[in-house]
Design a protein around this ligand. Structure first.
Ligand SMILES: [Zn+2]
Length: 100
């Protein structure tokens, strides 16, 4: 369980970095409707196959992550090339890296 949670956390952090980069590159607002949706949300919209990920995994592992939280974290991370995201089991926040 601890190992599974660690993998889920690493995957979440990597996804935040990737979606932050993509939203910056294509000037997308991560909070706007339909910009970032999960497979589960896609299914609910009738545009994806019947999957429950990743929310079902986050719930089973007790991660406390939500798609709304994910979108907000991406929004917060945008515009900061000198920052990275740090996450714990409570949530994620931007860590500013001091210039060398
Ligand atoms: Zn899926």
């Amino acid at each position: 369980m601890a190992a599974a949670k660690e993998v889920a956390k690493r995957t979440y952090e990597t996804a935040v970095e990737l979606f932050t980069m993509l939203c910056e590159k294509y000037s997308l607002d991560p909070l706007a409707d339909g910009v970032i949706i999960s497979h589960k949300e896609g299914c609910a919209r009738g545009i994806a196959s019947n999957h429950g990920d990743p929310e079902h995994l986050w719930t089973q592992l007790g991660m406390g992550y939500t798609m709304d939280g994910f979108r907000k974290t991406v929004k917060a991370a945008m515009g900061g090339a000198s920052s990275k995201i740090g996450c714990d089991n409570v949530g994620c926040k931007k860590i500013t890296i001091a210039p060398i």
